[in-house]
Design a binder for this molecule. Sequence first.
Ligand code: NAP
Length: 307
Amino acid sequence: MKAMTYDRYGDPDVLQLTEQPMPRVGPGEVRIQVHSAAVNPVDWKLMAGKLDGLMQAVFPVIPGWDVTGTVESVGLDTPEFQVGDEVMAYARKDFVHGGTFAEYVTVPVRAVARKPEGLDWDQAAGLPLAGLTAYQLLSRLGLRQGETVLIHAASGGVGVLGAQIARNLGARVFGTASPRNHEFLRSLDIEPVAYGEGLTETLQALVPEGFDLVADFVGGVLDVTRAVLRDGGRHGSIVDDGVKQADGLYMWVRPSGDELQVLADMAAQGRLEVPVAQTFGLEQLPDAFRLNQTGHVRGKVIVHVRR
Ligand SMILES: NC(=O)c1ccc[n+]([C@@H]2O[C@H](COP(=O)([O-])OP(=O)(O)OC[C@H]3O[C@@H](n4cnc5c(N)ncnc54)[C@H](OP(=O)(O)O)[C@@H]3O)[C@@H](O)[C@H]2O)c1
């Protein structure tokens, strides 16, 4: 099968289109013929070797953890899925090797959800990792209806989903973003605030009683969070482990087919939009990574594997 691979750590120039063996489908796994996959910052952080102390890489590596496609074969004892089912998954494995920027990928069924008919392929590709991250952070912080929430980086891949999930749970949601994204956030019923100088004072003026919950999806904002959180408020980050020293939750997203199904159904009902910034072909993956590396993309960067 064709796949984008790298055989040493580096920047997007190390990526090559190569021929790889078909991944074997083990017990409790399905093999997915990949329709589309999404780029996440973790892909190029892993490729740069920045997470070498955290996860083992087995070269050559096929990067990519987000996938949507069609079940092409099933392993032993996988009654949940049949050949031909349209599915989606956050396909992180225990080591870095057989990812989703390939024609086929195997995934344990516990990480797989059904792609609802009403959800298009691009949205299904962009939802898993980012959506689960946002959902798990807000759930673990115990977000409740009627609370006032601040989302740092509300126009990014994770943040734009987190802000909408918080709205769906009945919260009043403020989100930081560049001014060019403010109108877009308003269209999602999120109250936009420009980040940068004066952010703390602006937020304090908007919500003098303090936020019930603050979710950090960008890092480097702990001082702002502390200044605007009400007494007894909860906060967490997916980037900055320093939050642990400030009674915050630092979280790494876990694969979960069941939770992904909740989000997929929400998206299919039109209650969760996955904005797609740009799409690329498989062999254009280096450009897709470079775009994501700018750190100012609205929503998701999607790679079409099957055309
Ligand atoms: N721990 C985990 O499990 C986990 C899971 C997923 C992601 N992550 C990490 O979380 C981070 C975000 O991921 P992502 O996929 O959402 O990235 P992304 O799609 O690249 O989002 C970047 C967003 O950050 C915004 N931004 C940049 N500087 C900002 C600032 N100072 N204040 C507020 N917003 C700012 C940009 O908004 P503008 O364009 O409006 O400037 C952009 O929309 C990455 O570092 C990623 O590795 C961690």
